[in-house]
Design a protein around this ligand. Structure first.
Ligand SMILES: Nc1ncnc2c1ncn2[C@@H]1O[C@H](COP(=O)(O)OP(=O)(O)O)[C@@H](O)[C@H]1O
Ligand SMILES: [Mg+2]
Length: 237
């Protein structure tokens, strides 16, 4: 479903090129729930943006469902993102002039499709924002905005959900609710999920945990591996 091979990314600051991703190889199967953990600044968000076609790698390849992302035009990548991918941004990126309802249905409208009121209802309920439809983002707490961002990422029933610290601003109870929601969608709708988090409680939901460090994959563990529990507790600290 997702094949990342030898991907590098560097940013230019002034005359200097700063390498951020230093050769990432990762293969994610259809229907897998993968979690990426690792220190702040290690390049997790950068990698997720590349997967979502929001940016292109400096070198290397990223294939989504068998086709190379970086060979596509910006327009084609936008279409793929609109139809196949749900993206939860680390900083939410809600549209400030739109209400909660309008933000959530935005991807459907952008694609010229019809909104299913039932689907909106289901998601509003799932993220516990019923009654908040007419509010604007600035009238919400950080956690509420994050939950709008999650509903928006799921509204078009994407094949792939890319979520950047989707529980970063939620308390344990809310995190649990949101993770249950993601797990349910993953299970019932066979969604492939790539979630970045530094919360080991959240990581515990994934089939596979990937430890990212300084622009490369340092280690990974699958739920069925013998050292899974050890891996988890090692990074709990
Ligand atoms: N657009 C950009 N231009 C220059 N540097 C960037 C840009 N985006 C991210 N970086 C740098 O890349 C590094 C990795 O960032 P990021 O991918 O956000 O890490 P993480 O999500 O793991 O915290 C950081 O040092 C950050 O400052
Ligand atoms: Mg980040």
């Amino acid at each position: 479903m997702i094949e990342i091979s030898n991907v590098t990314k560097e940013y230019k600051t002034g005359n200097e090129k700063v390498p951020i991703l230093k050769g990432v190889d990762l293969s994610i199967s259809e229907g897998e729930f993968v979690c990426i953990i690792g220190p702040s600044g290690s390049g997790k968000t950068t990698l997720l943006h590349l997967l979502g076609g929001l940016d292109i790698p400096t070198s290397g390849n990223i294939q989504l469902q068998g086709s190379e992302l970086s060979s596509k035009s910006e327009k084609q990548r936008t279409l793929i993102r609109r139809r196949e991918i749900g993206f939860v941004f680390q900083n939410y990126q809600l549209l400030p002039t739109l209400t909660v309802y309008e933000n959530i249905v935005f991807p459907i409208h952008a694609d010229g499709k019809k909104v299913s009121p039932k689907e909106v209802e289901t998601l509003l309920e799932a993220v516990d924002l019923k009654g908040y439809e007419k509010r604007f983002p600035h009238e919400l707490s950080g956690g509420q905005q994050q939950r709008v961002a999650i509903a928006r990422a799921l509204i078009h029933n994407p094949k792939i959900l890319l979520a950047d610290e989707p529980t970063g601003n939620l308390d344990r109870q809310r995190s649990g609710d949101i993770l249950d929601l993601l797990a349910t969608f993953h299970y019932k709708r066979k969604q492939t999920i790539v979630m970045v988090t530094h919360d080991m409680f959240a990581a515990g939901y994934a089939d596979r945990i990937i430890l990212f460090k300084d622009g490369v994959i340092e280690a990974e563990v699958k739920r069925e591996d013998d050292d899974y529990a050890k891996f988890l507790t090692r990074f709990m600290a």
